[in-house]
Write a protein that binds this ligand. Structure first.
Ligand SMILES: Cc1cc2nc3c(=O)[nH]c(=O)nc-3n(C[C@H](O)[C@H](O)[C@H](O)COP(=O)(O)OP(=O)(O)OC[C@H]3O[C@@H](n4cnc5c(N)ncnc54)[C@H](O)[C@@H]3O)c2cc1C
Length: 362
């Protein structure tokens, strides 16, 4: 039987582990944190993900039906429809891990991958909790992937990565709903305020996740810009109790995603929407696709076909759209006029449609 080590218990790793374990593979998930663990994230998922991945209502903090888009330097506010839910990543990732384990995967948490070597056809993985051996490695260990660093894969360049800062602010449900509505997400654009990126207020039940994310090469002064953003939204979180602060990176471009029985999924591969920073659903999809392709090529004994098939399935699912978005990202965030044009198009169209056809029809 082929043995698989999945490194990372985020949505990418857990979905891949669940699929492979269900299909008879021997699967171990290595996770450096103790689960459930906090992960800095807006935690917003689209409606289709709730259905497709059977996300139970018990872990949903709040449903949303619209996005309020602010162009702060042009003084414009636009509302667009958009349905989904907001949740804590600690709840989502823990739930998906349990599901993978209920289907036969084994979790080894508080286990940090330290080194990887290859012995004929097997990988030897040394960790903070001993050594493991496997035939395939799924690199689901996020944007700073240790697996890919150890295997000397291409790093993300400063224009392929965004720095985010998150403050979790506790506020009563009543105040949240008076100031931010019952079912809305709030997104703030402005070239001077954020450069290539945006700020957000994503309300949970009794906490507002306040976030700011900016592509590394377009940051002027992180603290100053974040403070300016906080002043701008001050009234919305006034009186709130500061709970937690975190900084984290998000990739905004893809990088190589397969080599020699090592498969990159989710953030490790850069599968994130470069316009919105949305990555949870692409992580989950890529995890499942990696599992499906692995099963198929093992069943047919055609391991050499992995890359071609993985790329094809990813492209059909989302990769073509992410690449098109990356192609127009610099132009959209290039001026306040363009940001506003994007917001107006986004009001009535999906961002994929804008990237694939509408943006270049000037
Ligand atoms: C501030 C912020 C806000 C965001 N908001 C949203 C949002 O609202 N909606 C959305 O769709 N996307 C959002 N994203 C993007 C989203 O969080 C990511 O795309 C998603 O988490 C990717 O999932 P993943 O499984 O690939 O990786 P991750 O969720 O990063 O999981 C990787 C796992 O690997 C583990 N790990 C790392 N190194 C090792 C190691 N050496 N050994 C063992 N384990 C290791 C980590 O502990 C972690 O559990 C946001 C990102 C940030 C930073």
């Amino acid at each position: 039987m082929n043995s698989i080590i999945v490194v990372g218990a985020g949505p990418a790793g857990t979905m891949c582990a669940e699929f492979l374990a269900k299909n008879g593979f021997s699967v171990i998930i290595l996770e450096k944190e103790r689960l459930p663990r906090y992960k800095p994230c807006g935690g917003a998922i689209p409606k289709e993900m709730i259905k497709e991945f059977d996300i139970p209502s018990s872990i949903i903090q709040r449903y949303f039906n619209s996005l309020i888009l602010y162009q702060v330097e042009k003084d414009v506010i636009i509302e667009r429809n958009g349905e989904g839910a907001v949740l804590w990543r600690s709840d989502l990732d823990n739930y998906l891990t349990q599901r993978a384990c209920n289907n036969g995967a084994r979790l080894q948490d508080e286990t940090i991958v330290l080194n990887i070597t290859r012995d004929v056809d097997k990988f030897q993985i040394s960790t903070s909790k001993g050594a493991f051996e496997c035939d395939w490695i799924i690199a689901a260990d996020g944007v700073n992937s240790t697996v890919l660093r150890l295997m000397n894969w291409k790093k993300f360049a400063p224009d392929e990565i965004a720095l985010t800062i998150t403050h979790e602010i506790e506020l009563s449900k009543q105040k949240i709903e008076e100031r931010l509505g019952t079912d809305q997400l709030h997104i703030y654009f402005g070239k001077k305020l954020i450069g290539i990126g945006y700020g957000w207020l994503f309300p949970k039940k009794e906490v507002v996740s306040v976030g700011w994310g900016c592509q590394l090469n377009s940051i002027r002064n992180t603290n100053k810009q974040f403070q300016e953003f906080l002043s701008l939204i001050h009234e919305k979180i006034k009186g709130g109790k500061f709970k937690r602060k975190a900084a984290h990176l998000v990739p905004v471009n893809i990088r190589p995603f397969y080599r020699d029985k090592i498969v990159a999924v989710g953030d490790a591969a850069g599968f994130v929407d470069p316009l919105s920073g949305k990555g949870i659903i692409y992580a989950a999809w890529s995890g499942i696709i990696a599992g499906q392709v692995l099963k198929r090529i093992v069943d047919k004994n055609k391991i050499e076909n992995f890359y071609e098939l993985y790329e094809k399935k990813l492209s059909q699912a989302f990769l073509t759209a992410l690449k098109a978005k990356r192609n127009i990202q610099g132009d959209i965030y290039g001026s306040n006029e363009n940001i506003l044009r994007f917001m107006k198009l986004w009001q009535n169209h999906r961002s994929t449609e804008i990237a694939l056809s509408l943006w270049n029809k000037k």
